[in-house]
Design a protein around this ligand. Structure first.
Ligand code: NAD
Length: 281
């Protein structure tokens, strides 16, 4: 079984991006800039943002974090986004989710200029992705896609099952696999026989949030299995896939931690650079 090393793949991607930033700098005399807005003091969000800033600096991006307290008015955040939209030194804007209840998430997402939407959540980018046009692609499914392509460069005609239909993971993952000519089944909490669906799959992407949901006898021999889940349990962090069981059947499997997670931030950097490149045309 191939253990898909997301840490290594992310380090390789960051190294490529670092070179690309250096080339862009010598060509344009400026570097792509990523601005992250962080609202409130939720510890996981603070850790994510710190890691994003650290990685952005590492590849040579201009990086900025704007912090607001939990009680910030929605209007203040929307005005700041408008300011960043017209700031030429800002290539990418990310508002760290979740937001406090009094702030309308959709309003915030739609306020971001789609050409600077490095999360790929703006309806314009969602529509472009599903229409097969150029767009920012949500970072986690983009990371999964790059890992799958490393194992199997030609996905045409493969059967893929995506478990979970969130806007963040399942839906964009489905679009990416469709674009590669996979036959894709998207499953969710109301799917009648999830095991039977998974048993059909050459590729399984699990993004559910239920510890070890996908069992060994759900997986066809030689399937590629990508585990997006991050679940805190009494035994530590586990994914949505039962690692020990599935590793006996699968051709390739991502571990948790050390699989999809590290690719997510590397893909955020990639999206920022891609937004910059599109703005220079
Ligand atoms: P979500 O809660 O928004 O969506 C979960 C999806 O799973 C829903 O579509 C739901 O229909 C489906 N589902 C629920 N129960 C099911 C069942 N029994 N069978 C089949 N489908 C079922 O979750 P999300 O935001 O997509 O996150 C999923 C997981 O991925 C979580 O563990 C989250 O922590 C993790 N995550 C990891 C990364 C990363 O970088 N690795 C990034 C984002 C999210």
């Amino acid at each position: 079984m191939i253990l898909i090393d997301g840490k290594k793949a992310a380090a390789e991607l960051r190294a490529e991006l670092k070179e690309e930033v250096a080339e862009l700098k010598s060509k344009h005399n400026k570097v792509p800039g990523l601005t992250v807005i962080l609202i409130g003091d939720l510890t996981p969000s603070q850790i994510y943002v710190r890691n994003k800033e650290k990685s952005a600096n590492e590849v040579g991006l201009k990086s900025e974090v704007i912090k607001y307290s939990d009680s910030v008015e929605e209007k203040t955040v929307l005005e700041k986004i408008q300011e960043l939209n017209s700031d030429e030194t800002v290539s990418g804007i990310l508002v760290q989710l979740p937001l406090p209840k009094h702030i309308d998430k959709q309003k915030v997402i739609e306020a971001i200029d789609p050409s600077k939407d490095v999360d790929g959540f703006h309806p314009m980018n969602v529509g472009n992705l599903s229409s097969g046009y150029e767009s920012s692609i949500p970072c986690t499914p983009l990371g999964c896609y790059l890992l799958i392509k490393k194992i199997e460069p030609n996905l045409s005609g493969k059967k893929a099952v995506v478990v979970g239909r969130s806007n963040l993971n399942g839906k964009p993952m489905t679009q990416l696999l469709l674009k590669e000519n996979c036959t894709v089944t998207i499953t969710h909490s109301k799917t009648k026989d999830l095991k039977a669906e998974c048993l059909e799959a050459d590729i399984i992407v699990a993004a559910v949030g239920i510890p070890e949901l996908v069992r060994g006898d759900w997986v066809k021999k030689d399937a590629i299995v990508i585990d997006v889940g991050i679940n805190k349990t009494d035994n530590g962090i586990v994914g949505d896939v039962h690692f020990d069981e599935v590793s006996k059947n699968a051709k390739a499997l991502t571990p948790v931690p050390g699989g999809v997670g590290p690719m997510t931030i590397a893909c955020l950097l990639k999206n920022t650079i891609d937004c910059f490149k599109r703005s220079q045309i």
